[in-house]
Ligand binder design. Sequence first.
Ligand code: FES
Length: 106
Amino acid sequence: MANFVKVAETSELPPGERMIVEVDGLFIALFNVNGEIYAIEDICTHDDGPLAEGELYGYEIECPRHGARFDIRDGRVLRFPAVTPITSFEVRVEGEDILINVEDVE
Ligand code: FES
């Protein structure tokens, strides 16, 4: 069942920006790309690199540690050395509030 929780407000995350939030001990990176907001777990599946510190190319985040790339829209792997997708979260904006679906967060 969906479990949307508020993690930020839109005024905190203008287009082109990113931020990290914490939900139940899990660090989640939020990105605003051209007004659309995306949320991924901020841990690279290759070797736990801090993804939100990497460069963003369009919708591709590059891990600053060894250069793996993931699609921030769905978490899929786009470049070696990672082979496992990262977790991506469904995002909903209600008024000023940014909510993400954390149903799978343990
Ligand atoms: S930790 Fe991200 S590519 Fe190795």
